[in-house]
Design a protein around this ligand. Structure first.
Ligand SMILES: Nc1nc2c(c(=O)[nH]1)N[C@H]1C(S)=C(S)[C@@H](COP(=O)(O)O)O[C@H]1N2
Ligand SMILES: [Mo]
Length: 258
């Protein structure tokens, strides 16, 4: 038994391993070949000692970054998420946010402007009629929330890769970031931004997106968990500087694949 192992015993080994395994979800387990992960093995992989509460936190963050890299490696830009029929739609579709439904932001569409900034040749603002005139696509897909529910919904909007092309985005950049009308913020990897099912949605169920589902727009990605799908977007930026996200900065995994 190493000195490090002896120190770990004072911490709750089982609980730390459970947290670390939860962090290493399905796709990364696939990469690790379904081998049983041990605390010792994981601390070798992350280069972290796990001798006190602070280093355990650092260790779990490092496992999360390892998980981001594994998910990014395994992400297949051409693999499509399942789609469903009209009859399979969950009714009513659930509302969720970090606040209650009575606090949903009321965005005024008439003076709304979407700001596009960062590594794009066309830095400008967009009005809603301009956005509504873009090519249209629909999808019926499953939204999966880490809080333990999932629901099938019907969104309509413009393929995000088409939008990125029109704004002259540098698609070799690492991240696309989002700022929202309610202080929420998110960021995604470029391969997911360019995925064929990533939609900048303006509609739900064939009608304009209601406030509760993110008026005036929600980025819908059936390849990512619910919290990665920002609602009430007011700014989109392309960057090589890691922008983080509302839940990610509180310890959730950044890649957030589903
Ligand atoms: N702006 C904003 N976007 C957000 C959130 C939020 O609180 N604010 N919550 C996220 C979470 S955790 C989920 S599950 C979905 C919920 O979307 P829905 O209300 O359409 O079901 O929105 C995501 N996007
Ligand atoms: Mo969520």
């Amino acid at each position: 038994m190493s000195i490090n192992d002896r120190k770990i015993i004072k911490l709750d080994r089982a609980a730390i391993l459970a947290d670390a395994s939860r962090e290493l979800d399905m796709p990364s387990r696939r990469l690790f070949g379904k081998r049983l992960l041990t605390l010792g093995g994981l601390s070798l992989l992350t280069g972290c000692s796990i001798t006190d509460d602070e280093s355990v936190n650092k260790f779990l963050m490092a496992v999360s970054r390892l998980n981001d890299r594994a998910q990014a490696l395994l992400f297949d830009p051409n693999r499509l998420a399942p789609t469903y029929t009209e009859a399979q739609i969950t009714r009513p579709f659930p509302f969720n946010a970090y606040y209650g439904i009575d606090e949903v932001p009321e965005v005024d569409g008439s003076d709304y402007r979407l700001k596009v900034s960062g590594l794009v040749s066309g830095q400008r603002v967009w009005t809603l009629p301009e956005l509504y005139a873009l090519p249209h696509a629909e999808q019926i897909t499953r939204h999966i929330c880490v809080e333990g529910w999932s629901a099938i919904g019907h969104w309509g909007g413009t393929p995000f890769r088409e939008f990125l092309r029109r704004v002259g985005a540098d698609t070799t950049a690492k991240y696309v970031g989002f700022r929202c009308a309610d202080d929420y913020y998110e960021s995604i990897d470029m391969p997911t931004a360019l995925h064929p099912q990533t939609l900048l949605t303006f509609d739900y169920g064939g009608e304009r997106l209601p406030a509760k589902y993110g008026y005036p727009m929600k980025l819908r990605m059936p390849t990512k968990l619910g919290y990665k799908n920002p609602k009430h977007i007011v700014e989109i930026f392309v960057t090589n500087t890691y922008p983080g996200g509302y839940w990610v900065d509180q310890g959730y995994n950044w890649f957030g694949g589903s």
